[in-house]
Design a protein around this ligand. Structure first.
Ligand code: SF4
Length: 322
């Protein structure tokens, strides 16, 4: 098997990490590299293990996403599944994650066995009790709400689509995820669902968390993906954010000006990241020493971060926001 290279790439989530905490960006992009290898340095293996942890928002998002993708893949081959079946599919994901955490196998194989962050950092215990039960109830309740709202508010818009209309989107679990190139830089962009309709490309992205201004910018990246990868001009690209907890749909405008703004945003972000590479060389993608990537002073960000252990910030406590 050829050796994997840690090539420079950009994504919306990386840009967010970079803006919020340089140390987190370093650990995600460089410090955890090769941490899957038992022969890797202990720091890399620890960072890789922490990187794989899921908190409740990630668990909800993944469970809902898998259930929805099942619904849609079955719908386009005329073998639909019911809302009850989708709810069970999502619930099964959550049960599996909980059980996987209990086995402790994530210590040796963090990629294939879920470690739950709230349990790892003792924010809740695995034993029955009010904190644990409330946590489980909220995760399950929000997951159910999102799946139900998908059936009520989103699925009716998608009924009647044929398999040939649906655009393939490579996901993280499928090797090299969906991407395009901008000025030689690989840009990852993984919209939840995209299809052709009436000479347009329509993209829906579902959110299981709260409404945030940054989501519009993220959808703009998906607009660039449709434009660059599928050769569709901006006026023929339709973008929708589906807030599944509330059942609201937010259309996102996209035109030539927006496309230009998104390109500028990406290249500015790339140029900032480049300053943290030796000689600014994105081809070599060799990071400056870890000390050049400062830890954030904002402990609220640490509270919602997997790397508290690596940063000696385990003391920051339970967080209830997204
Ligand atoms: S724990 Fe805090 S300082 Fe460390 S990577 Fe996370 S956000 Fe940054």
């Amino acid at each position: 098997m050829p050796e994997l290279n840690n090539t420079f790439c950009w994504s919306f989530s990386q840009a967010k990490e970079f803006a919020e905490c340089k140390r987190r960006y370093y650990l995600n992009r460089h410090g955890s590299w090769k941490g899957w290898d038992a022969m890797a340095p202990a720091d890399a293996r620890a960072a890789y293990r922490l990187k794989q942890m899921r908190n409740k928002w990630a668990l909800i998002g993944e469970a809902v996403d898998k259930a929805i993708l099942d619904v849609l893949s079955r719908m386009v081959v005329n073998a639909p599944i019911s809302e009850a079946q989708a709810l069970e599919r999502a619930a099964r994901e959550l049960r599996t994650a909980w059980k996987q955490h209990q086995t402790g196998k994530w210590r040796e194989d963090p990629k294939h066995h879920v470690c739950i962050r709230e349990l790892y950092y003792n924010e809740i215990t695995a034993e029955p009790g009010i904190d644990r039960d409330m946590w489980v109830e909220r995760v399950k309740g929000r997951t159910d709400t999102c799946v139900k709202n998908f059936f009520t508010h989103v699925l009716p818009q998608l009924r009647g689509l044929a398999a040939a209309q649906v655009l393939p989107v490579a996901r993280v679990q499928q090797g090299d995820p969906e991407h395009f190139h901008l000025a030689r830089v690989k840009i990852y962009a993984i919209p939840d669902y995209a299809y052709r309709k009436d000479n347009c490309i329509v993209i829906h992205d579902w959110k299981t968390g709260m409404r945030r201004d940054e989501h519009e910018r993220q959808l703009g990246i998906y607009g660039l993906w449709a434009h660059t990868k599928h050769g569709v001009l901006p006026p023929a690209i339709q973008l929708y954010i589906e807030y599944l907890e509330s059942g609201e749909t937010q259309p996102v405008g996209y035109d030539v000006g927006k496309a230009s703004t998104m390109c500028d945003f990406i290249m500015e972000s790339v140029n900032q990241m480049r300053k943290y590479l030796v000689d600014g060389d994105i081809d070599k993608n060799e990071p400056l020493p870890i000390e050049a990537f400062p830890k954030t002073d904002d402990l609220a960000r640490c509270r919602n971060c997997n790397y508290r252990e690596a940063c000696n910030r385990k003391f920051v406590g339970l967080v209830d926001n997204e």
